[in-house]
Design a binder for this molecule. Sequence first.
Ligand code: FES
Length: 267
Amino acid sequence: MATVDAPAKTRAQIKERTFRTDNWRQYPYVTFVIFTAWVAYATVRAMWGSAFYVEQYHYLTPFYSPCVNDACGPAGEFGTFVPASAPFFIPYALISLPFLLGFRLTCYYYRKAYYRSFWASPQACAVREPHGKYTGETRFPLIGQNLHRYFWIAAGLISLLNTWDAVRAFHGEDGGFGIGLGTIILWANVILLWLYTLSCHSCRHAVGGRMKHFSKHPVRYKAWTLVSKLNTRHGTYALITLGSLVVADFYVMLVASDTISDLRIFN
Ligand code: FES
């Protein structure tokens, strides 16, 4: 009778770091550069404190939504409670940015990306990592990754706010209905944000998890099928939304600071 070896208690002792011959360093290095640049841009803009709103067309950058600083002016339509004299590092979107940061930091896609590019743990599949010990996500602080499902709920609510901002951006020069390039950019961004939020693994579990019989829950089954399809592209949406957020913010900043005029399509 064939015997089965007991699982090894230690890692395989192989001298070579990896036997891979492809360009496996490209992914972690490129990711490192993109993420670092994005975080630097977002941090500066979130604390900038100006050029975040175009009053004439109701364009509000997603980095300032909802705007809760007394200095928000008409952009603070949901109410403000942070005094204008607050230190510069308190962002105007104080109640949404921490949740969005938590949402992205605990996202399955980003975890893979920053574990590989920032912590080299591991840098790539089948590449030995420099760390001697591996405890996974079983201890503090990484056990906090389990909070992702709650951040997902918060992110859904914030996406509703972003949708409202995009609706408000249908604002014309005479105060009525209007469409400009800014409206289109804000809508493109919010649609991508929804794709990212709805393709989340927690969303997939919320709509279709823990079911014993799909046949008894046809609506949930339909929703699960749809979310599963979106879920296959979750990493793509995670990356694209980094770009769409920057484009939306940068465009609003240019128009709000009178660097360029909004390209008007209607009114
Ligand atoms: Fe990426 Fe939930 S897994 S947002």
